[in-house]
Design a protein around this ligand. Structure first.
Ligand SMILES: Nc1ncnc2c1ncn2[C@@H]1O[C@H](COP(=O)(O)OP(=O)(O)OP(=O)(O)O)[C@@H](O)[C@H]1O
Ligand SMILES: [Mg+2]
Length: 256
C-alpha cells in the first residue's frame, strides 16, 4: 500500500519581515496507485506543497503521512521530479539517470546495469551515451522521469514535467507517462497548468485557489481507461473541462 496524506498543511514565508502565506490548510489524500493532479493559479503554493511532501521544506503547520507514518520533514521517502529539469550537462544520459542510485550508495556499475534496460524500453535507446544538450526537450523529460522511477519509491511527485513542450510532443509524453504508470503502478501526484492534461491523465483533480493556496475542490474524473485521443472529444471530458475552466477563472487575480 502507498497512500499519501497531507493534514492541515500551511506555509508562511517571511517577506520584508512580514509573514506571507503560500499555502493554507491543505488536507488531501492520494490513494494507493491513484493518479491525482493539482491545478491552480501561478504562485498558489503547488511547488511549495511538493517541497513539503518531499521533506525539503518544513511546513509552518501540519503533517505529511505516508501509509499512516509521519514523514513531515523527512526527505527521501517519495520520488520527486522538480519543476526544472536538473540534468547535469557534463554527464551522459545514462549517468544522469543513475544519480539517485549513486547517492543511495549503489555502485556505478550496478546502477548502470539497472538503468540501461529502462532507458532502452522507455524511448531513449541509442541516446544512452549522449549528453543532455543532444536531446530534444521531450527526451530530456523522459530522462528526468526515468531517473525519478529508478529511485524506486511507491509515491512520485511530478511538478509540471511537460510544461515547456509543444502540444504534439506533450500528447506523446502524456501517453508515454500513462504507459509507465500502468507498468509500474505508482501513486502519482502531478502538477500542471493544462486542464486537458489534468483530465486526460488523472483519476482525481484537486483545484487550488490563488495564493495562499487553499483546496477549492477535489473532483473525480469518471472517464474510462485506457484513454486515447478520442477521450479528448468525449462529452464528459468537455463538460469537466468547462467546469474546471470556470473554477480557475474565479481564481484569476484582478490584474490577470
Ligand atoms: N523559498 C521561498 N522564499 C520566499 N517565498 C517563497 C519561496 N518559495 C516560494 N515562495 C513564494 O510562495 C508562493 C508560492 O510559490 P510556489 O512556487 O509554491 O507556487 P506555484 O503554485 O508552484 O507557482 P507556479 O505555478 O508558478 O509554479 C509564491 O508567492 C512564491 O513567491
Ligand atoms: Mg511551481
Amino acid at each position: 500500500m502507498s497512500e499519501l496524506r497531507t493534514i492541515h498543511c500551511s506555509k508562511y514565508y517571511l517577506k520584508n519581515g512580514e509573514p506571507m502565506g503560500a499555502l493554507d490548510d491543505a488536507t488531501m489524500q492520494v490513494g494507493d496507485g491513484r493518479f491525482v493532479s493539482i491545478i491552480g493559479p501561478s504562485g498558489c503554493g503547488k511547488s511549495t506543497l511538493f517541497n513539503i511532501i518531499a521533506g525539503l521544506t518544513e511546513p509552518s503547520s501540519g503533517h505529511i503521512l505516508l501509509d499512516e507514518e509521519e514523514i513531515t520533514g523527512k526527505s527521501g521517502r517519495v520520488g520527486y521530479m522538480l519543476q526544472k529539469d536538473l540534468l547535469l550537462p557534463w554527464r551522459t544520459i545514462l549517468d544522469n539517470v543513475i544519480i539517485g542510485l549513486e547517492l543511495r550508495g549503489v555502485a556505478k556499475k550496478e546502477a548502470r546495469r539497472r538503468a540501461l534496460p529502462m532507458l532502452q524500453k522507455y524511448g531513449l535507446k541509442g541516446f544512452e551515451y549522449d549528453h543532455p544538450d543532444a536531446l530534444s526537450g521531450g527526451m530530456r523529460q523522459r530522462a528526468g522521469l526515468i531517473r525519478t522511477l529508478l529511485d524506486d519509491k511507491a509515491v512520485i511527485l511530478l511538478d509540471e514535467p511537460f510544461g515547456a513542450l509543444d502540444a504534439q510532443t506533450r500528447l506523446q509524453m502524456q501517453n508515454w507517462l500513462l504507459k509507465i504508470w500502468s507498468d509500474f503502478r505508482k501513486t502519482v501526484l502531478f502538477v500542471t497548468h493544462d486542464i486537458d492534461e489534468a483530465i486526460y491523465l488523472s483519476d482525481e483533480i484537486i483545484v487550488f485557489t490563488h495564493r495562499p493556496g487553499r483546496i477549492k475542490a477535489q473532483i473525480d474524473v469518471a472517464l474510462p481507461r485506457p484513454r486515447n485521443e478520442k477521450t479528448l472529444m468525449e462529452e464528459r471530458f468537455l463538460l469537466l473541462k468547462r467546469e474546471l475552466l470556470l473554477m480557475l477563472r474565479e481564481e484569476r487575480s484582478p490584474c490577470g
